[in-house]
Design a protein around this ligand. Structure first.
Ligand code: ATP
Ligand code: MG
Length: 653
């Protein structure tokens, strides 16, 4: 197991129970919750669904026709009603729903009353532009409150939103509009990123040039004088003009539990993005329950999930989950290193943030920048920390625990996917004794297993790398891939068709205590001289070295061993790369996890290829190492990184 060792101040194999004070106040403190849910998962989920407002009760909890599930059949509810209207009758009416800070420092606060009003008005705008229930609407906005307003307005009238991350190019936007056959596009003239203007409107214009399904474009004016923005007559309309004319009264459409809520394309770490379809009742049940239990949300919290709304984390844990719980959500538009590398810590101090949910890629960048930046700020308001997106290396976990959480905050390492809709494997902060880099256990009501290639369960505590599967349907699961049910069956259900298991594509192990350790993508797991080696474990051993900031490991074809281990390494600031250091790193890995895992090649690089959501794209590194043409690169954040790596590899490799 990738257990901690020798990190200064920590014992090998040290575990981290919650403090008695934390547990005493936690939303979940009775461990029987696991048994209750396991004894009757359907009844358990029905209980959680019952925490929402339904305009018509369901008649059946779950219908499972593998691989298609339906939840809360016959029930009716509206997501926007649950996230907004439901809170207006009581003391939440004047509570901050969204506290926003833009990159240049502009701030806005929307109370639940304000957010409700804006959403109702924008729902009327959508109707006035001919959008009807079931129509698709593409949202291509910066990280501003209008992104949430647009999503909730779609949900209010039953339109299906498809949010495209504002950092995506015109081509990526065109592809997603085409696939979802959207009728309306919502964008802005621009957004801020590291002091630069990202011209969304220009990209939007290019994306719909020529043949397109888009009939109207609504443009939010965030940047300059609107008179300087090109507006296509008859097609482009200003958000603020439409809102001036829109009425404020709006009935939330009572949606069937199984009506679509949104389509969202996956990050594209492993190939061409997939259009994940989520529906209404089950999805909202999943995100509401997990937000409440995993982040321990309380009325007075100021909750910050740093994900962009363009990713599923932004859907489930910036917008729907927290707002359904009546929480105060903090939203920030810009980069963590603008104007300085302490922007996040300054924001935490300024707003008294209590819950922080971010990604390992960000934590590794913070580590690289050093501890002086967080040390400058009072972050004593923080009480829960979360991580999502990739396996977190033990070293990064401990750094987060010590330098951000002040050794006082439980860390929830949450494993889930765009497909799962909600968090699946996670600690519960008041109950779980955590281990750095283990995601703990399946959330109550989720049935997981670690199996071998044949689908037989692997014993707990084995050294063998297994495959994670989900053995029972769950409310927030994807229903299909938009317009491609064949691919849905093939990608997720064909591998263990006989058993009817959902195949997420991730490798895992379970230790003696039953805790899960996620080991990276099954496709990435290496086979070296007959041994399965997880890329994640070699990467963590490298990151454990004091000179290393980040590492990406791949298996490249090797005549004798089957695969050889190639490591791409970025160093901490101020460290120079030498061949001695490369040798030292190889020995370090061999010492930590065994000689068989010793990297064959170490290539130093200033950057690693990542998706726009910050995940390492190992498949491109494999393409480089094996001298192949690169696969789908549309989700790559910075194409120059692979170009220079390719060159470097052919010189040194
Ligand atoms: P694509 O499916 O298009 O290749 P993607 O899998 O990166 O893209 P997402 O749905 O954004 O798209 O990411 C889900 C994946 O992220 C998981 O399958 C897993 O590999 C990884 N992941 C997320 N959270 C964790 C975590 N806490 N620990 C380990 N891995 C995680
Ligand atoms: Mg995936």
């Amino acid at each position: 197991m990738a257990e901690i060792e020798k990190v200064e101040g920590y014992r090998a194999g040290q575990t981290f129970p919650p403090s008695p004070e934390f547990t005493a106040q936690a939303n979940v403190r009775d461990p029987h919750i696991y048994d209750e849910a396991a004894a009757n998962p359907e009844a358990w989920w029905a209980k959680r669904a019952g925490e929402l407002r339904w305009t018509q009760p369901w008649t059946k909890i779950c219908e499972w026709n593998p691989p298609h599930a339906k939840w809360f059949l016959g029930g009716r509810l509206n997501v926007a009603d649950n996230c907004l209207d439901r809170h207006l009758a009581g003391p939440r009416r004047n509570k901050a729903a969204i506290i926003f800070e833009g990159e240049p420092g502009d701030t806005r606060v929307l109370t639940y009353w304000d957010l409700h009003r804006e959403v109702c008005k924008f729902a009327n705008v959508l109707l006035s532009q001919g959008v009807r229930k079931g129509d698709r609407v593409t949202i291509y906005l910066p990280m501003i409150p209008e992104a949430a307003i647009a999503m909730l307005a779609c949900a209010r009238i039953g339109a299906v939103h498809t949010v495209v991350f504002g950092g995506f190019s015109a081509d990526s936007l065109r592809e997603r509009i085409g696939d979802s056959q959207s009728k309306l596009l919502i964008t802005a003239d621009g957004g801020w990123r590291r002091g630069n203007v990202v011209r969304l409107k220009d990209a939007a214009d290019a994306a719909i040039e020529g043949e397109t399904t888009i009939e109207k474009v609504i443009v939010y004016n965030r940047m300059e004088d609107p008179r300087h923005v090109h507006m296509e007559p008859g097609r482009d309309l200003w958000w603020h003009r439409l809102m001036e004319e829109a009425g404020a009264s709006s009935e939330a459409e009572p949606m069937d539990s199984e009506d679509p809520l949104y389509i969202l394309y996956t990050s594209g770490s492993t190939g061409k993005p997939k259009g994940i379809l989520h529906t209404t009742g089950g999805y909202l049940t999943g995100v509401t329950a997990t937000t409440k239990d995993i982040f321990d949300i309380k009325e007075e919290d100021v909750y910050w999930c740093t994900a962009d709304v363009g990713w599923v984390t932004g859907h489930s844990y910036v917008v729907y989950g927290p707002l359904a719980n009546g929480a105060t959500v903090f939203m920030y538009e810009g980069a963590p290193d603008w104007p300085q590398r302490d922007r996040f810590w300054a924001l935490i101090e300024k707003y008294g943030i209590t819950i922080l949910y971010t990604a390992p890629t960000a934590i590794r960048a913070f580590m690289k920048w050093g501890t002086d930046w967080p040390a400058k700020h009072d972050m004593s308001t923080l009480r829960v920390l979360g991580s999502v997106g990739e396996p977190i290396n033990p070293e990064a976990w401990l750094w987060y625990h010590r330098h951000i959480g002040g050794e006082r905050c439980p860390i929830v390492d949450t494993w889930w996917q765009t497909e799962t809709g909600a968090i699946m494997i996670t600690p519960l902060p008041g109950l779980s004794t955590t281990k750095p880099a283990s995601a703990s256990r399946p959330f109550p009501g989720i049935a997981a297993e670690v199996v071998d290639e044949q689908g037989s369960p692997l014993p707990q505590g084995t050294d063998q790398t297994g495959i994670l599967v989900i053995t029972r349907p769950w409310p927030s699961m994807l229903r299909t891939l938009w317009g491609d049910d064949e691919r849905y069956r093939k990608v997720y259900w064909s591998k263990f068709e006989a058993q009817g298991y959902y195949f997420p594509g991730d490798g895992a192990r379970r230790d003696e205590d039953g805790d899960y350790w996620l080991l990276g993508r099954v496709d990435d797991i290496m086979l070296v001289a007959g041994h399965n080696i997880s890329t994640m474990e070699v990467e963590s051993a490298l990151v454990d070295h004091p000179s290393v900031a980040e590492a990406a490991v791949i298996g490249r074809v090797h005549e004798i061993k089957g695969q050889a281990i190639a490591a791409f390494v970025t160093l901490k600031e101020g460290v120079t790369h030498t061949s001695e250091l490369a040798g030292e790193l190889k020995s370090h890995v061999a010492k930590k996890i065994g000689a068989i895992s010793r990297p064959d090649d170490i290539l130093f690089t200033a950057e690693l290829p990542k998706t726009r959501s910050g995940k390492i794209m190992r498949r491109l590194l494999r393409d480089i190492a094996e001298g192949r043409a690169l696969g789908d690169t549309t989700t790559l954040a910075d194409p120059s990184v692979v170009a220079s790596l390719k060159e470097k590899y052919s010189e040194e490799g």
